[in-house]
Design a protein around this ligand. Structure first.
Ligand code: SF4
Length: 600
């Protein structure tokens, strides 16, 4: 913990970048007058950049303008009211604090945010080179060749990052998985033929720490977390197939994302244990209860509904937003009872505005072919329905489920010109891609059905160019990137969370360098109870504060904006500083992420 003197010294150092701001904050004026003076200072800073003969580069001007607007927004009474805290008042406290004052101590993350905000406003970000690239002084072929050399350098840099990640389609990975499969089948005394049967995998799903430990090496924390999860009856399971995607040794980087997908952290199980007392209220983060007009149905949009005929999956993703209602892995009681399912299907039939149904859950591919086809048939019987989406992660966790008969059955409802059936899957990492998952995808494609991917952007796939590499590999196996979701703000999944600024940076500095056919996804923040907010469009959200622990507070606008009145949504992000610190402790060169502070 810093002493009051250390805090003051740190503040003065940061404010030496903007002496006028410092003078305003330490003046004896009342807080409202200080805010007015800061507004005038910000306006002057902006006007300065318009002056004739201003040396400021256009891109530096744009950065400064953005940062100025953010500070203006944070200053407003309205923002302070929504954030229930005054950023300006806090700055004054930190500069003028005396020994007896009580206040929340600022974190390193707060100082980092403040410093970068001021650097943005004053044009001292340091993210650009001092001069324009050399080619800009030339014309024609000479300029083109110089620019081409610059672009090649950029291309080599991105490739270098991508070379750090392993695709499951690489020969070494294929050989490794083949050895893993032999080890697992040997353990279960199973044949190759049994391995190809999806029911065999469900029957032999690994559900406890001791069995898991016999099949792969676990860190002490992994072992303890699984054991505690089981004691607390937290859903846990790993299909033998998905286990074969994990490397035998623990602690490696290659399969970290695969393990983190299903092996919970101790933080996760301990937090869930605390929340269990008030399970639904604490955990229904997406407020699905408030958007469900009838059991089994969720509606957030005029024409689209979600139908959830089954509330379990072959294995449970640790960060699942539906973890409050997902039942035990492959639970027999997880299917929506027949009469309730019929009522939900009737409700869809009697709501003629609905023209698209997302059948999800849980994972509807846990249902038998007959049951799934009968549901799809009932939906398709409604003349308004033009699209049926089936949300399933089985191409990743259980590709054996994608049999010819399943695909043929579903394809009957895919009628070009009338109605499409599309598959929405959920690959999280290039190491999850295998020859089996590619074959599963290709089966759908051969029957004319498109396969899209929804990526949840977590700590484990957020390194530089990691998501790009995944998208590239997905396109190669026939999957189209569809959405990239920001991770949700639930306490138990804090380990997974990534600041929103990183998602924006990824889109702008990494995804943008890929061909248009690869970067087809939209980055979104899924607002609880409201629906998707498109993060790329900066006019759909605002930063309204920065808290003492260095977290940005956002106000998200609902999709209904300019159509009908609806509430906005206030969200406290995770700290950028904390995220970068973690990357650094995992061996990343964080200087490659330095512009992250200037994404708002
Ligand atoms: S596959 Fe989807 S529904 Fe199932 S556990 Fe994972 S995130 Fe949740």
């Amino acid at each position: 913990m810093m002493t009051k003197q250390q805090i003051k010294t740190r503040m003065r150092n940061i404010l030496s970048l903007a002496p006028q701001l410092n003078d305003i904050l330490v003046s004896s004026a009342a807080i409202e007058k200080k805010k007015d003076d800061i507004h005038i200072w910000l306006s002057d800073m902006l006007a300065e950049t318009y002056k004739e003969n201003s040396n400021i580069q256009p891109l530096k001007y744009i950065l400064a303008r953005n940062a100025i607007n953010i500070f203006r927004n944070i200053l407003s009474d309205r923002s302070e009211k929504m954030a229930a805290y005054s950023f300006t008042g806090y700055l004054v406290t930190l500069l003028t604090v005396s020994n007896d004052d009580k206040f929340e101590s600022p974190t390193a993350g707060f100082f980092a945010e403040l410093e970068h905000l001021i650097r943005g406003i004053t044009g001292a970000t340091g993210i650009y080179d001092a001069k324009l690239p050399a080619f800009s002084k030339h014309e024609g072929r000479r300029a083109a060749r110089m620019r081409s050399a610059d672009l090649s350098r950029m291309g080599r840099t991105s490739q270098k990052f991508m070379d750090d990640y392993t695709s499951g389609l690489e020969n070494d990975a294929i050989r490794r998985r083949s050895r893993n499969k032999a080890r697992i089948t040997n353990f279960f005394g199973a044949t190759d033929r049994e391995w190809e049967k999806w029911n065999w995998h469900l029957k032999n799903t690994i559900r406890d720490a001791d069995t898991l430990k016999k099949l792969i090496k676990l860190t002490d924390e992994e072992y303890k977390a699984v054991q505690r999860a089981r004691e607390l009856k937290i859903p846990f399971g790993i299909t033998p197939y998905y286990l074969s995607l994990m490397d035998l040794d623990s602690g490696g980087h290659r399969d970290k994302a695969v393990r983190a997908q299903v092996i919970p952290s101790l933080h996760y199980v301990n937090t869930l244990a605390e929340q269990n007392l008030n399970r639904e209220n604490c955990m229904d983060f997406m407020l699905e209860n408030d958007t469900s007009p009838i059991e089994g149905v969720t509606r957030r949009y005029p024409n689209i509904v979600i139908l959830k005929p089954v509330l379990t999956c072959p294995q449970i993703c640790v960060y699942c937003q539906r973890n409050w209602e997902i039942e035990e892995v492959d639970s027999q009681s997880a299917a929506l009872p027949g009469p309730k399912l019929e009522a939900a299907l009737d409700w869809i039939k009697n709501t003629p505005e609905i023209n698209e149904v997302l059948v999800t859950g849980g994972d509807p591919l846990l249902l038998s072919n007959r049951r799934l086809e009968s549901i799809v048939a009932e939906i398709a019987a409604n003349p308004n329905i033009v699209r049926i989406r089936i949300g399933t992660r089985t191409p990743v966790t259980l590709p054996q489920r994608i049999t010819e008969s399943l695909v043929r059955g579903l394809s009957r409802f895919h009628v070009p010109g009338k109605r499409e059936v599309v598959i929405i899957t959920h690959f999280e990492h290039p190491y999850e891609i295998t020859l089996n998952s590619m074959e599963a995808v290709q089966k759908f494609r051969r029957h004319g059905m498109e396969v899209y991917n929804q990526l949840v952007f977590t700590y484990y796939n957020s390194r530089k160019f990691e998501a790009c590499f995944l998208r590239q590999q997905l396109r190669l196996i026939g999957v189209t990137p569809y959405y990239t979701f920001n991770t949700k703000g639930k306490a138990e999944t804090n380990d997974f969370r990534v600041p929103i600024a990183r998602l924006m940076q990824e889109q702008k500095e990494e995804a943008r360098l890929m061909p248009g056919t690869v970067r087809t996804d939209e980055i979104v923040f899924n607002i609880p109870g409201l629906g998707k907010n498109y993060l790329k469009a900066s006019q759909h959200h605002d930063i309204i504060s920065i808290t003492p622990d260095g977290r940005r507070v956002y106000e998200f606008h609902p999709w209904e904006k300019k159509l009908v009145l609806a509430d906005t949504y206030i969200y406290k992000d995770v700290s950028i500083y904390g995220y970068l610190k973690r990357l650094k402790s995992d061996g990343q060169d964080v200087s490659a992420y330095r512009s992250i502070w200037y994404y708002y």
